[in-house]
Design a protein. Structure first.
Length: 325
């Protein structure tokens, strides 16, 4: 099937495949980098939250009501998008609702980060040991990554379509002379040697158009020269025939008449009743002279009709040249 496609179609299909492959590789790279990115974000958020809690615990214990102060701080931390903190003693209490996370497809969430990460952190509140549970919420980060992938897909597709359209336009204009070249070649094949192509497109195609125009002109001149040579050859053959006919009439005819006359005279000699040897010899000699004249005339005519290249090239080369023609 590939062999039946035009050059323009092949270039367009190849470009579409390259653009699609490039977009797919970029999207695949974003998907592969999503899981390490979410994991790194989880670890970073949990580490920063632990450090923050360790920093404020001295302030909590110095407060008049350390438990209430800790509950207020835990409530404030619950407003964060990527992490929540709660006291293990209040495990049944749900964390304060934050801003609803943007939804990503379930298959993408399962691929990137299927489970939430929870870390228990022991603390001392007014001399009493408690445990804070720090839980990461990667939904927002996953949603951001998914939005980035979606945006990349939309923008990349739009850019690929724009590049494809521009390339199709440029390639179409660059290869436009090919159709004109094909049409001109068909016309030249049919004998229209005045066919010309307007040079255009790529420099190589413009040069090809110029060469085809020159070739068509040269073929037209060659055909016209051949026609003139054929006309001249026919004219020369007619002149040669007229010349040979004139010589045959002017020279060969009198010799035949003389031969006929002397032969008739020889046939009448026996009717005289006497044998005239001298007359017989005279008529015989006359016949021999006329035969010699006819032979000389025949050689002269044959020399004129002999091929021109036979003497210069030889018989073998002359026959070879005739066969090649």
């Amino acid at each position: 099937m590939w062999q039946n496609w035009s050059l323009r179609t092949r270039i367009n299909v190849l470009l579409a495949l390259v653009l699609t492959l490039g977009l797919a590789i970029n999207i695949g790279r974003l998907v592969l980098e999503a899981a390490p990115r979410v994991l790194a974000e989880d670890q970073s958020v949990i580490r920063l939250t632990r450090a923050f809690v360790e920093t404020i615990m001295d302030e909590v214990n110095e407060a008049p009501d350390p438990g209430a102060r800790l509950d207020r701080i835990v409530g404030d931390l619950g407003q964060l998008r990527h992490v929540s903190v709660r006291r293990q003693a209040m495990a049944g209490q749900s964390p304060p609702p934050g801003e609803p996370a943007r939804a990503a497809p379930s298959w993408f969430i399962a691929l990137v980060h299927p489970d939430k990460t929870s870390v228990s952190m022991p603390v001392l509140v007014a001399g009493r040991a408690e445990t804070l549970v720090i839980t990461s919420h990667p939904d927002d980060e996953i949603a951001e990554i998914w939005d980035g992938i979606t945006t990349q897909l939309i923008v990349g597709s739009a850019i690929a379509v724009a590049i494809f359209g521009i390339t199709m336009l440029v390639v179409g204009r660059a290869l436009a002379p090919l159709a004109d070249l094909s049409e001109a070649m068909s016309r030249i094949e049919a004998g229209a040697y005045d066919a010309r192509v307007q040079p255009g497109g790529a420099p190589e195609l413009a040069a090809l158009c110029a060469k085809l125009n020159h070739l068509a002109g040269a073929l037209g001149e060659a055909v016209e020269e051949k026609r003139r040579l054929a006309e001249r050859t026919v004219s020369l053959q007619d002149l040669e025939r007229k010349e040979i006919a004139r010589e045959l009439h002017d020279e060969f005819g009198p010799h035949l008449f003389a031969l006929r006359a002397h032969a008739s005279a020889l046939m009448r000699l026996p009717e005289s009743g006497t044998l005239d040897v001298a007359a017989m010899r005279r008529h015989g000699q006359a016949i021999l002279d006329q035969v010699n004249a006819v032979q000389q005339f025949n050689r002269r005519i044959l020399e004129r009709l002999r091929p021109v290249g036979l003497a210069e090239l030889g018989l073998r080369e002359a026959l070879g040249a005739l066969v090649r023609l």
